[in-house]
Design a protein around this ligand. Structure first.
Ligand code: NAD
Length: 305
């Protein structure tokens, strides 16, 4: 496993990391024993960064993850969770709520500190409240030792600049913007590097679009994106390859991104993902797939208010 610096935090995170939303059953019904094994496989294969949120499975993902981490030495992994999002349309970035939220997450996760706390999907909140109220409340928790570093997450890239220009943040988590079909995060990377903000890239499979199973019904991508990604998956199948392999390899290959979070509740898929990043990328297949995806390259969907 390759490890990279996460901005100025001093955390050296695995280039591929584990996103625990799947443990909350957001993609399909999941078996708890499989979930516990998936976390074990992740840690055993050198993954040292795990991301979750109280929103995933409405606290279920944090609870299952807490169970999976019981007995694992706390200094052998970095743990990140979030505040502010509690349901599909339930947001609260107030100092009071986020302060209580951190305590609730600590209890579910069975730990007394978080390596990273992130404001979740801030495009649905008031960005000025995040700057003036939420982040100062989290800094107070940092001083009390409950959290070590502070970040923000969301879909529209402009939110990162807005907040980072007004307050100090340690990390950003961007999703669905550095994968085979959308590389728009690239334009922001030099600016983030200059500010020494750690970059976490989530969803190398574009939340299932770049897989043989395809995206779940709730996926927000418009039909044109879904169809193009399905064509890319079919093209890989015809060539005896798996689009998920190419997708994971592609996202992890960019050294300006500290870590790429992949989600799965299947130990087998996690083993594959880790094995794939050790193998060379098929450049010819990559060019072909990028051509298939060219008509929808960098197309996205609206998110937030
Ligand atoms: P992803 O792109 O990692 O795709 C997950 C889907 O791909 C799941 O259906 C999974 O079963 C499938 N998959 C994984 N490995 C596979 C393989 N080898 N073969 C076939 N299918 C495979 O998207 P994600 O899970 O949404 O993102 C990863 C993590 O990033 C999340 O768990 C979460 O922690 C984080 N994230 C955060 C935000 C945010 O903060 N707003 C948004 C999206 C993701």
């Amino acid at each position: 496993m390759e490890y990279r610096e996460l901005g100025r935090t001093g955390l050296r995170v695995s280039a591929l990391s584990f996103g625990a939303s799947s443990l909350g059953g957001v993609f399909r019904d999941v078996d708890e024993a499989e979930c516990l094994l998936t976390v074990r496989v992740a840690l055993d294969s050198g993954i040292n960064f795990i991301d979750v949120s109280p929103y995933y499975g409405l606290t279920k993902a944090e609870t299952v993850l807490g169970k999976a981490l019981q007995g694992v030495p706390r200094d052998s992994y970095y743990l990140a969770t979030k505040v502010g999002r509690y349901g599909p349309a339930e947001f609260d970035f107030s100092a009071r709520r986020v302060t209580a939220s951190v305590d609730e997450s600590l209890a579910r996760l069975g730990t007394d500190y978080l390596d990273l706390i992130q404001c979740h999907d801030i495009e649905f909140g008031d960005l000025d409240q995040v700057v003036n109220e939420t982040i100062p409340a989290l800094r107070a928790l940092e001083r009390s030792g409950k959290v070590r570093y502070i970040g923000i997450t969301g879909l529209p890239l402009k939110i990162f600049r807005y907040v980072a220009e007004r307050t100090n943040i340690d990390t950003i988590l961007s999703y669905c913007h550095y994968s085979l079909n959308d590389t728009s995060l690239e334009a922001l990377l030099p600016w983030l590097a200059a500010k020494k903000i750690g970059v976490i890239n989530a969803s190398p499979l574009s939340m299932g679009l770049l897989s043989n199973r395809g995206a779940p019904a709730w996926h927000p991508a418009p039909e044109a994106i879904r169809e193009a990604c399905a064509r890319a998956a079919a093209h890989c199948r015809q060539r005896g390859a798996d689009v998920a392999r190419l997708a994971v390899q592609f996202s992890v290959a960019n050294p300006a991104i500290a870590t790429t979070l992949v989600g799965t509740a299947s130990p087998e898929n996690l083993r594959k993902n880790v094995a794939w990043i050790r193998e060379p990328i098929d450049q010819e297949l990559l060019s072909e797939v990028l051509r298939v995806l060219e008509p929808i390259h960098n197309q996205t969907w609206p998110s937030g208010d």
